[in-house]
Design a protein around this ligand. Structure first.
Ligand SMILES: [Zn+2]
Length: 192
């Protein structure tokens, strides 16, 4: 499959309404000039497959033996990266607030793990997923995501690859520069 460039990834997102630019009131109540919803891209299996292949191209040199993703956002893209690399894909999920391997999933000591997510915002869930792999005795060779929206602040201690980087600050309504400019905020998904 053809390699996926940053521009083509963002085009895919825009085409399906997964990346909106304007002035948005997010579910959290914060305002932002951008809205990102990876699930709207990944609902299309051919798009998910292309993103998985694009990530696989960037991480193949790390020689991962298994892909590990956190639920829920990481499952679909983790599966596609695993497919493209020809390795298995497993996921970690929460029990009593702690991320862990369940369902009989396990990692061998020294097994080479790639952590995959759909979007990295603060890097917190990626770091938590890395800890799950380390606790199992595995070796984390890298982390990857479709979109890095951390502004380079992900602070991971393993090689990190993203198909695209977007800058998407969030503001409290009272200090939102877009509100100050008199631009009305809309809920993402509502037709304008
Ligand atoms: Zn605003």
């Amino acid at each position: 499959m053809a390699s996926v460039t940053t521009d083509s990834v963002l085009d895919r997102f825009r085409r399906v309404g997964a990346l909106l630019e304007g002035h948005f009131r997010l579910t959290s109540g914060l305002h932002s000039p951008g809205y990102l919803q990876c699930a709207l891209v990944l609902q299309h299996p051919t798009e998910a497959e292309a993103c998985g292949a694009g990530i696989a191209d960037r991480v193949r040199d790390l020689s991962p033996q298994v892909v590990l993703s956190p639920v829920l956002g990481g499952i679909v893209i983790g599966q596609e990266v695993g497919r493209a690399l020809g390795v298995r894909a497993i996921f970690a999920e929460r029990q009593d607030g702690r991320l862990m391997l369940r369902r009989g999933f396990s990692l061998e000591p020294g097994e080479r793990v790639l952590v995959v997510e759909d979007v990295v915002t603060t890097g917190m869930s990626t770091r938590e997923t890395i800890e799950v792999a380390k606790a199992a005795g595995a070796t984390v060779v890298g982390a990857a995501a479709i979109i890095d929206r951390s502004g380079g602040q992900q602070n991971l201690d393993v090689p990190f690859h993203a198909l695209a980087t977007v800058s998407m600050p969030t503001y409290h309504a009272e200090s939102c520069p877009l509100c100050a400019a008199g631009q009305p905020a809309v809920k993402p998904g509502s037709r304008v």
